[in-house]
Each structure stands twice: as structure tokens, then as C-alpha cells.
Design a binder for this molecule. Sequence first.
Ligand code: SF4
Length: 156
Amino acid sequence: MAGSASVQRVHTYCGFCIARCGAVAVVEDSRFTRLEPDPSHPTGQALCAKGRAAPELVYHPERLTHPLRRTRPKGDPDAGWEQIGWDEALNLTAAAMRRVAERHGPQSVALTLSSPSTTAIGDSSGFIQRLGERGDHPRRLRLGPRVRHPLHLWGR
Ligand code: SF4
């Protein structure tokens, strides 16, 4: 880190895809304002448009920063989203997955992944794949057909 009291240059990497390009985050008055290439890093010669847009993504007013729960039935034009805590979200999700697995068998639960080459899923993909590949025990979940692009399955 170097710079004046109001401008900091933090050596980091872009986490928006598996390339993990070396970068410098410019922080002005405690606000992240730019992501620049870090030529001193082996993969930091340049950043793509997505990496350069990092501050816009971080501060976008519609960025999801907490879990939401639907309070109205699917098909209702107003989903009635309400904010819930992370523990509640994880407990609800685990209970729903367990319920489906118990009623219809573990293979009825499908997990999907976006591509680590195009999204920030890279840090989570190993966990999701291991979770999906443990299919012998009735309470364990199994990845059926591995769907790499959720929109193909859920997008209609
Ligand atoms: S999104 Fe672009 S800048 Fe970021 S790691 Fe991937 S290729 Fe590099």
C-alpha cells in the first residue's frame, strides 16, 4: 500500500473470474474508485472491462448484499421480497433440500454452477461440486446432470 492519507493504492487481484488478474485498487477518501492493472504481478498486465468496472459493481444500488425471501406465491407479479438474516436463509435452504431429498430421493436435488471462467463462483465451485458428488447416503445430495448454465434450466 502506498500513497497519501486520502488516496491509497492497495495491491490485490480481481475476483470476478478464475483468471485472478493482479490489480491495484485505488481507494480515495475510504471509497473504492478504480481497479487498475498491476504490471508487477504475473497476470496483471491488463484488466478486462468487467474488472475495470469493479467499483460500479460494488456500489450499484441494486447489488444484493443480503438474502431475500419471497413472501408471495410464484407467479404473483409482486414477489413480496423481504430481507432475512444469513442464518435464517441457510437454515431455510438446508431444510428445503432435506425435505425434497427425503420425499423424492437425493437425486431429485440438482445443484447448478455458473462457469468459473466468467463469474466469481471460483471460490465456491469446489464446495458445490463436492456437495453434489456425495450421492451414496440417502441424506447426502447428488448432482444429477451437471448443469453449467442455470439459465438453460431455470430461465424460462
Ligand atoms: S474479470 Fe477480467 S480483470 Fe477480472 S480476473 Fe477475470 S479477466 Fe481478469
